[in-house]
Design a protein around this ligand. Structure first.
Ligand code: AQP
Length: 336
């Protein structure tokens, strides 16, 4: 990577709407850890996004703490990355409101995540959930992020962010950097083990399809061994006709680094039981490593220190940008 590239800024966050999953790890967390070598990383815990759906307060508190601990356990380094709680930087909510005022209902109606919920007949959609892409735009634009690593399902929200940034810049003069989405090549979408047509989601209640990073490894192995497959009896990468096997291949390849084609060759002529057992070995080894480091982090007192330092750094950047935005709009006339 070019040295000029090193100073580019990358921003991402994870909603602590449940215990973090293997999907979060493969699709997001472990990439953040790699990116911190090459970019100025800003990573936050999206606790405002999280409450767009009701959360039990006690569980939320635990999930928040575990999310920070898992960031650190997976290898994020507070000396190289800015790590903070979204709600500790009030500028997110304020710029979020300004973004609401620069977005149109038609744009939000087109967001696939929202449309899917409406199509499923969900009736408990909060206003916060509906306008969540505007808050996400604020999260990104506050920090002039160059890149936003996202899973395939979040790409549309970054596209909206780009539109909002360009609209604002056009209306009020150059204010925001227009960010680029970055979608990982392998592992952008890890599917549920019990229904491989659905994404592995931490808020999925019937949790047989989901592997949690802090889950007992025996339970994780059991879930992999009973993952839904097919009648083809052939380990092949074909997400259309063999979604379950293809998902397991993606998981194994993402964690071991062995290319999918090589795995397909290695398991040619072998039974699904043998293949699943090899996938379980790789997953359980990874979980054990993360869990051991999680225990160290919890005992180290690093969590509070990390959040304190991270929120101070983030607030400095966010305050400067929000002042600029408010001056541009004409909401303020004094230079602070
Ligand atoms: N299954 C997944 N495969 C690949 N990437 C995933 N991500 C989440 N699930 C998968 C990526 O993790 C980052 C943070 O996501 P998030 O937790 O903030 O939101 P989400 O995508 O809505 O995650 P969940 O688990 O599905 O949450 P709930 O159940 O609350 O809606 C993102 O980069 C995301 O793509």
């Amino acid at each position: 990577m070019e040295s000029a590239e090193k100073r580019k800024r990358m921003l991402s966050g994870i909603k602590p709407s449940g215990q973090l999953t293997l999907g979060n790890y493969i699709g997001a967390l472990r990439n953040f850890v790699r990116y911190q070598d090459d970019y100025e990383m800003i990573v936050f815990i999206a606790n405002l996004h999280c409450i767009t759906v009701y959360q039990d307060p006690q569980e939320l508190k635990k999930n928040l703490r575990d999310a920070v601990a898992l960031y650190l356990a997976c290898g994020l380094d507070p000396q190289r990355a800015t790590i903070f709680l979204q709600s500790d930087v009030l500028e997110h909510a304020q710029l979020g409101f300004i973004m609401n005022c620069n977005s149109y209902q038609g744009e939000l109606n087109r967001m696939t995540q929202y449309k899917d919920k409406v199509a499923k007949g969900e009736t408990n959609i909060t206003v916060g959930l509906y306008t969540y892409p505007c808050l996400m735009a604020a999260d990104i634009l506050l920090y002039d992020a160059d890149y936003v690593p996202v899973g395939e399902d979040q790409k549309q929200h970054v596209e909206l962010t780009r539109d909002l940034a360009q609209r604002f810049n056009h209306r009020y003069g150059d204010t925001f950097r227009v960010p680029e989405p970055v979608v990982p090549q392998v592992g952008a979408r890890i599917m549920s083990l019990s229904d491989p047509s659905k994404k592995m989601s931490k808020s999925d209640k019937g949790d047989k399809g989901c592997i949690y990073l802090l889950e007992d490894v025996r339970s994780a192995r059991k879930k992999i061994m009973s993952a839904v497959t097919d009648m083809e009896a052939c380990v092949r990468f074909d997400p259309q006709d063999q979604p379950g096997i293809s998902n397991l291949l993606t998981i194994m390849s993402s964690l071991s680094g062995e290319p999918i084609e090589q795995l397909v060759q290695r398991f040619a002529g072998k039974g699904y039981g043998e293949f699943k057992s090899a996938v379980a070995d790789v997953v359980c080894a990874q979980l054990s490593e993360i869990q051991a480091r999680y225990q160290q982090v919890i005992q180290s007192g690093m969590i509070e220190q990390t959040l304190q330092q991270g929120s101070e750094q983030a607030r400095r950047l966010a305050r400067r940008k929000l002042d600029k935005v408010q001056r541009k709009i004409g909401m303020e006339f004094r230079k602070k």
